[in-house]
Design a protein. Structure first.
Length: 151
């Protein structure tokens, strides 16, 4: 199955036209990861985002020598997206929970997409902003729960 057909199956990309998905797919590469392989460590340079194509990934932070899972990312979902927005160091680490494949969009490829097809790039930004907003709201709720146990 081609990249555009794969993306079309998931809710995140249902607002995209077939041409939009084709333009996006032209800027993606694919990477394979073995079980427990680190995709990127915390504090490493943020220069790409990933869309899980097969398997699952874990986004985590090391806290007091323990891995605190922030998210489990499944096919059709993405992670590492902050790299496309600010290019700052990674705020968390990611690794494969099982053998996995992911589509990779580098900051350079995203810049090319913005030049060649700004409408598609804008729709991607909309998806990223909505997802980040949802994640921030969940983080706020998690802080409320944690603060209950701290007081």
């Amino acid at each position: 199955m081609g990249v555009a057909d794969f993306l079309a199956e998931y809710k995140t990309f249902q607002e995209f036209t077939e041409q939009d998905l084709q333009s996006l797919s032209e800027e993606c590469t694919e990477a394979a990861f073995k079980k427990d392989e680190v995709v990127f460590p915390e504090e490493s340079p943020g220069d790409k985002m990933y869309i899980v194509r097969q398997g699952s990934m874990k986004v985590f932070k090391k806290i007091k020598n323990n891995e605190a899972t922030l998210a489990v990312v499944n096919p059709g979902e993405f992670f590492g997206e902050m790299a496309l927005l600010d290019g700052g160091p990674r705020s968390a680490a990611a690794k494969a929970i099982e053998d996995a494949k992911a589509l990779v969009i580098t900051t350079a490829n995203f810049a090319t997409l913005r030049e060649k097809n700004p409408g598609v790039a804008l729709r991607i930004m909309d998806v990223l902003v909505r997802t980040l907003s949802t994640r921030l709201r969940q983080a706020n709720k998690n802080l409320e729960v944690i603060s209950f146990w701290i007081d």
